[in-house]
Design a protein around this ligand. Structure first.
Ligand code: HEM
Length: 427
């Protein structure tokens, strides 16, 4: 088929799917479709409650399954009879973006994850502490000078970008280009939204391939202590030539698109619950990590993932046939009343009854979670120490996505540094 023919076929499929989702959501009130539409994006939690009210594991009209139960989602994510792609297919399809081992089953998953693992070991992550603290400090200096600022573009987004480009060993001169193209690729995590989007993606992935190619050549001749050097000098038994680029893109995109939303969701929840913000400001070193954990439970940046049965498997007393998918609604599982008391209450003093699933579970448990936790904890601690008078200064705009959840814009003012300190915590 010609390029123009392919584009027309792609566009008609895409717009056909959109019309189908709108019909299923608005007319048929199908909860999964609603989650992909404006009301579900604005507030998915009532939709999760509705799904949970129908059962712990519910069949979908397309012959798959969905769950908002903490126990069932956890079991599906941990059970090795499920995979992230059907047993017979091992590569990304033509219209999918190749996200390396995130979308692979063992043994390829195990081999590639093992290669990336050392960059996220406790020792390696502790080594990023100073860079994170310096970056947060610089961003807050600039924001303080401005008085009012957009918390997302001025604070939550630049931090993870600076950290992941440092971790990958991307030279300062190439920083802006990597950031620009990485953001476009990250926008595809929720699916391709238009023909224009598909073209931008194609152009950005070609540009990233060129930039990473240059960097691999550099590190092959002069290896340094970074993950690109490790990948560029690894043997064919550890990584095949075509696997290096998708792996780097996965780390870049995972670094860009998730932590920003954790910080954004945390500030949004804290400012929406002033007594919780005051509790954080009263003792930032003790409370910042707790505020991060409660945000991960209450409003997780990744709202859902899915698993496919590789063979026949029993789940919650039902038989899932090979090839059937189970959509695990992480945001719903994290508010399951069977797992948490008052699950809809945001409480940074909460002693968790069950582990939240914000970072998934099982063999695909988020590799970058120690880094994400450290970044967000330092960000909240310094924000509370330096801007206790922080307040929302205008309406938020949400990201136009349903898998990834967070504010796209959150206007705030720093306020007076002493304003919030006068108010006792816990009131
Ligand atoms: C708050 C921030 C983050 C959240 C909420 C998050 C969430 C997740 C989730 C839910 C998964 C598993 C998806 C599934 O089971 O299908 C995952 C996997 C992964 N994450 Fe994160 N992530 C975050 C930050 C990061 C960072 C900063 C990095 C690295 C720079 C990272 C790297 C990865 C990688 C490489 C995987 C694939 C693991 C595997 O397939 O074995 N993540 N993440």
């Amino acid at each position: 088929m010609s390029n123009a023919g392919q584009a027309i076929a792609f566009a008609s499929r895409l717009y056909g799917q959109r019309a189908g989702t709108a019909y299923a959501g608005y007319v048929k009130r199908n909860p999964l479709a609603l989650l992909r539409l404006r009301p579900g994006r604005a507030n998915p939690y009532p939709v999760y409650d509705r799904i949970r009210a129908d059962g712990r594991l519910v069949p979908t009209p397309l012959g798959n399954w969905v769950s908002a139960s903490h126990a069932v989602c956890g079991e599906a994510l941990r059970n090795r009879r499920f995979g992230v792609r059907p047993a017979e297919s091992s590569n990304a399809g033509p219209e999918e973006f190749d996200l390396s081992f995130l979308e692979m089953n063992p043994p390829d998953h195990t081999r590639l994850r093992r290669l990336a693992q050392p960059a996220f070991s406790p020792k390696a992550v502790a080594g990023y502490h100073d860079l994170i603290e310096r970056t947060v400090g610089d961003l807050l200096d600039r924001a303080c000078a401005a008085g009012g600022f957009d918390l997302v573009s001025a604070f939550a987004a630049p931090l993870p970008i600076a950290v992941i480009t440092g971790l990958l060993g991307i030279p300062d001169a190439d920083f802006d280009e990597f950031a620009r193209y990485g953001a476009v690729i990250g926008s595809a995590l929720d699916g391709i939204t238009s023909l224009r989007h598909a073209r931008q993606l194609q152009a950005s992935s070609a540009a990233l391939e060129r930039l990473f190619g240059k960097l691999f050549a550099l590190r092959r001749s002069e290896p340094q202590d970074d993950i690109i050097s490790r990948l560029a000098t690894a043997g064919d038994d550890q990584v095949k030539p075509g696997e290096i680029l998708p792996l780097c893109v996965l780390l870049l995109v995972a670094g860009f698109e998730t932590t920003v939303n954790l910080i954004g969701n945390a500030v949004l929840a804290l400012l929406g619950h002033p007594e919780q913000w005051r509790a954080l400001c009263a003792d930032p070193p003790a409370m910042a990590a707790k505020a991060v954990e409660e945000t991960l439970r209450y409003d997780p940046p990744v709202q859902l993932t899915s698993r496919v049965a590789l063979e026949s498997v029993e789940l919650d007393g039902k038989t899932i046939s090979p090839g059937q998918w189970v959509v695990t609604l992480i945001g719903g599982a994290n508010r399951d009343p069977e797992a948490y008391d008052s699950p809809g209450t945001f409480d940074i003093h909460r002693v968790a009854a069950a582990d939240h699933l914000a970072f998934s579970s099982g063999i695909h448990y988020c590799l970058g979670q120690p880094l994400a936790r450290l970044e967000a904890t330092i960000a909240l601690r310094l924000l509370a120490e330096r801007m206790p008078g922080l307040s929302q200064a205008g309406p938020i705009r949400r990201r136009n996505t349903s898998t990834i959840r967070g504010p796209a814009r959150l206007p705030v003012t720093a306020g007076s540094a002493r304003a919030a300190q006068r108010i006792p915590a816990g009131t």
